[in-house]
Every structure is written in C-alpha cells, then in structure tokens.
Design a protein around this ligand. Structure first.
Ligand code: HEM
Length: 412
C-alpha cells in the first residue's frame, strides 16, 4: 500500500505542477473521456457533467498522507470514511446564526481597514494573502489582542509556506525551515491549549468556539480540536487569498461589469454588510470563480463499476478549469457574464468548491470574503490608475499567477 501510495503521490505532484496547462489543453480537444494507464490502474480525465455528479457521489478521496503529516487529521486531510463524515456533521451542527453574524463582523472589520494603495507587483499577492490570513484567523481563532493575532498570523504564514514547500518542492527541506515550521505549529497548539483552559476568552461563535463546545461534550479531544483548526486555516487561507487577486484582475479587465456593480451599489445604497447578501455581488463572485477556480482539480477513487465508461478500481480527475469552459454547459464560455447565474445553469458543471461528500466546509466564509472584496473594489479602487497583468499560471496549492505586474491604487 505504501509503495502504491508513493507512486500516486508522484504522478499527482507532477500533474499538480503542470496540471493547469495539461487540463486546459484537454478542453480544446474532443470532449470524450480520456484516460491513461498508471501502474495497474487507469486514471480518467472526466469532463462530462453527469459523470462528474456520479464521481462526487460515489468516489472516495484517498492518499492524504503527505497533508496529514503536516496539518494532522482534520477534515481537509481526511480520506473518505464514516468517522470523518460524522465529525463533519457534528461540527456543522454547532454552526448557528450567531456564527454567521460573527463571521460577517470579522470580514467587515478586516476589509474596512484594508488599504489598497501601495500594492504593486508581487506585493499584490502577498498583501491580499495577508488580508485573507488576518480575516480567517479572526473567524477561526478569535484572538483577543493585537499581539495574539499577530503571532497567530505569522504562524499561519509559515505553515502555509511549509505546506507548499513540502508538497511541491523537489529540494529537500532544510533544518532551519523545519524548525520554523515546528515553532509555528507549537504556537497554534499552545494557543488552542490555553483556550481549552479558558474557553471564556474565545468567542463562542468563532469556529474554535464551536470546536471547544464539542470538546466540552467530549465529542472531540484536544488533538482533534488542533487538527480541525489547522484544517480550516490550511485549506481556506491560500485559496481565499488568491481569489482576491483574481477578483481585482477581473474588476479591472471588465470595466462594463464593474459599472453594473457601481450602479447597483448606488441604487440599493449598499454597505459592506448588505452587499454580502446582494445577488449581483454574488453572481459576480461566482463568475470570477468560474473563470479562475482556485481549487483547479480534484481527484476521486472509483472502487466498483459505478460510472459507465470508467472501469472499477481506477481514479478520476475532475477539473473545473475544463468543465467551467465547456460549451455544452456554458453559453459563450470565454465571456465574463455574471448575469448568467440569474438563469438556469447545469449545477453539475460548476464546482469551484467541489460537490458531494467533501464539498468545501468554508464555502460560506469564502463567498462572503470575496463579496466583501468586490464591495471594497467598487467603493475604493481607482480604475483609471490601477492595472494588473498576469504572465502564466502556477497551479500548486491553488491556481495563482506565475508572474504578476501592475499596481492597485485607491481613489483619492
Ligand atoms: C475561495 C476559497 C475556497 C475555495 C475555492 C475552496 C475550495 C475547496 C474545495 C474544492 C474543497 C474540496 C476538496 C476535495 O474535493 O478534495 C474544499 C474542502 C474544504 N475546505 Fe475549502 N475552499 C475555499 C475556502 C475555504 C475556507 C475559507 C475554509 C475555512 C473553513 C475552507 C475549509 C475547507 C475544509 C475544512 C474542507 C474539507 C471538507 C471535507 O473534506 O469535508 N475552505 N475547499
């Protein structure tokens, strides 16, 4: 099993490095399924919406060992099994209307204070990633002081950097990097340990608050609380952060659509909170996610003859960056048309957050952060003096610009 798993890890990491281009190329070829043999098994690239639906329904997520070694056994690094699905259900049940309101407060607070000015070249990505880290650290961990928040944000940055390095770099990780990572992880462990002793210092509506409530009911032990915290932050921060870059790019690339948002903002007298439930803002974010799906590929193991055309004991790859542009499901797929989501569309052909058993746990948090950023662009971005140019893509943890030039300027 270990050898088998290593072989798959190798091909997955190869596809992950060149994968975006590989998948993009598939879309211009015939749309029938393609597959290739890898060892004893076959790997299918699935494009068809109906097959995608079945794959998400019956497929299993396997081989998560590399991620587990770094962030533990939280939801994001779990294989498909009944224990983890049960845990997901219990955590989900703890999320109440108070959590939703707390999440939106954290988003509004962090985004309102964010300054666009001074963002240029690489700092566009790093500063927007930082905004995502700061917001998600508040949502998940609810630090009480500025010092606590800074320590946690620094720790999460180091952990994210380490995940990317450990999973995708061919260079052996040096001692210094490993120590930095261990210290960062210890910082999160200690924080959670302290809050377990003093739960009154954590907002009960934060995600940690929900986990601590399960801890008190003896549904989770301390290590499981830590693992879930790392799972939320490890899966959500990078993806949400990179989506902010794609939002800014689309905002500048499609000025007519930006005008639609400005008109809506004036007509409906929106503020940051009310924009979060506005349909035009929601459509806009969905269209950015269709064009630039940060989670650009997913994989499932198909055990039996459950999908016609896919043999038993094989793997399927699903890529939103192919299916989101398939002309069978999308009118003028290359056009940026947020209003397309006002009409009926094939929901199986749209999966920026995956579907089925492992559908993103943080979809609501991510959607609202993105809508808040669209609001931020609509109210603050100086379109005339801002520009973003992307040269190539990097498809490691999330679909990101390989090289980025330009600058963002705030209205005077
Ligand atoms: C735009 C931002 C985001 C995108 C595009 C995204 C996308 C995804 C996708 C595609 C999956 C499924 C992976 C698979 O099928 O193997 C997933 C799972 C997950 N996401 Fe997100 N995500 C985002 C933000 C977040 C945030 C902010 C959180 C914080 C809570 C989060 C937490 C999770 C967790 C815990 C899982 C594992 C769910 C499970 O397997 O039960 N995500 N995400």
């Amino acid at each position: 099993m270990k050898i088998l798993s290593l072989k798959y890890e190798f091909i997955f990491s190869l596809l992950q490095q060149k994968g975006y281009y590989f998948f993009k190329k598939q879309s211009v070829k015939a749309v029938e399924q393609q597959s290739f043999k890898f060892g004893k098994r076959r790997i299918y690239l699935i494009h068809d919406a109906e097959m995608i639906r079945s794959a998400f329904k019956v497929g299993k997520r396997l081989h998560r060992e590399p991620l587990k070694k770094i962030i533990g056994n939280g939801l994001f690094s779990e294989e498909t099994n009944s224990e983890s699905r049960n845990r997901r259900r219990k955590i989900q049940e703890k999320i109440k209307s108070g959590t939703i309101s707390y999440v939106n407060d954290c988003i509004a607070k962090n985004y309102q204070n964010f300054k666009l000015t001074g963002l240029q070249e690489k700092s566009i990505v790093t500063r927007l990633q930082h905004l995502s880290i700061e917001t998600n650290v508040d949502i998940v961990l609810s630090p009480a002081t500025y010092t606590e928040k800074k320590e946690l944000c620094d720790a999460i940055s180091i952990i994210l950097e380490y995940i990317e390095y450990e999973l995708f770099s061919r260079i052996k990780i040096g001692w210094g990097k490993k120590k930095r990572f261990n210290d960062a992880k210890a910082c999160i462990d200690e924080y959670v340990g302290r809050k377990i002793l003093q739960p009154e210092l954590v907002s009960k509506d934060s995600l940690l608050g929900c986990l601590l409530s399960l801890y008190n009911e003896e549904e989770l032990d301390e290590q499981q609380v830590i693992d879930e915290v790392l799972s939320f932050l490890g899966s959500g921060v990078e993806t949400a952060g990179i989506m902010l870059v794609w939002i800014a790019k689309c905002y500048l690339d499609y000025p007519q659509q930006a005008e639609v948002l400005r008109a809506e903002l004036i007509e409906q007298q929106l503020d940051c909170r009310t924009a979060l439930s506005n349909k035009k803002f929601s459509n806009y974010v969905m269209e950015v996610l269709r064009h630039y799906p940060a989670a650009w590929a997913m994989i499932r193991y198909i055990e039996d003859d459950q999908i016609s055309g896919v043999e038993a004991d094989s793997f399927v790859w699903l890529s939103p960056c192919v299916t989101h542009f398939d002309p069978r499901y999308w009118e003028e797929p290359e056009s940026f048309m947020p209003d397309r989501f006002d009409s009926q569309y094939n929901k199986n052909a749209y999966f920026p957050f995956s579907q089925g058993t492992h559908k993103c746990f943080g979809e609501y948090l991510a959607m609202n952060q993105m809508k808040a950023f669209v609001y931020h662009c609509t109210t603050k971005l100086d379109i005339q003096n801002s520009n973003i140019c992307v040269d190539g893509y990097s498809s490691k943890l999330a679909l990101a610009p390989k090289k980025i030039t330009g600058r963002l300027v705030e209205k005077a």
